[in-house]
Design a protein around this ligand. Sequence first.
Ligand code: NCD
Length: 302
Amino acid sequence: MKHILSAKQFSRIDLEYLMSEARKMDTILDKWGNRMFDEKIMATLFYEPSTRTRLSFESAMMRLGGKVISETDITFSSQSKGEILGDTIRIVSGYADIITIRSKNTGDALLASQYSRVPVINAGDGSGEHPTQALLDLYTISKDFPGIFTGEKLKVTFVWDLRYGRTVHSLSLLLRNFPNVSLSFVAPENLNLPEQYRTEKDIFSDVLSDELLSSTDVIYMTRVQKERFPDTESYDAVKDAFIFDTTTVEKMKSNAILMHPLPRVNEIILDVDNLPQARYFEQARNGVPMRMALIKYCLEQQ
Ligand code: NCD
């Protein structure tokens, strides 16, 4: 059974396969796929807020002909009566052929996979990982920089909440498959990348220098994960540390791209949306073909 739990599970060969599958899905997307899964049901269990991830999974499943059942608020789940996650998963895996789960506890997706009779996809587990976002991020990068797969050098810089930002954890893990990609991490010291995701070659800084800005191919901006801070004072102390406006973006290379998993709060000014480097809306759109490819990857093994 194929679960998707961590970006660590993917080899370079898996990534090449998934990117080519996503490219194929992109071409059939508005033709409603080939309805290859019209006998399958997906359960989306989202116990944390979501717009893009849940809706793009549901859209992906429906474009493949499948159906969706969902639980989107833990207060309406039997878990609020005290049911343990393992029991919920045992039950739901009798109702659906594939489960996507988002929760606030790191490790919940792995736990769910241990109780499930069907594939489980981690759609974000607290401040742990978000592997399917990382795959759509890689797909987005590979559209602008196809040379990433043929050994061309690429410089990626992650900015801001790298401690709690699960998308950063997963994407940095995926990019370890590419020795030609160098990674820089810019964040206030207490929000920088957790030790377990670091390597010796990485560059760390608490300022985004003009030199870094102008030599980077991909800037991966993030939101400060307010909900994961222990108190409001520590959030208020950093909340406006990095803001991208048009002046900042004009310092980037003309063919560089600015990504963001979204939602943005105020860290990218709206004027930036019209600049050629802005890639975040296209990035979000890429979630549908990538997730169609992932559903196929999980279900065709059955
Ligand atoms: C991210 C998440 O939920 O981790 N959003 C997403 O899935 N696109 C990023 C965030 O919430 O900041």
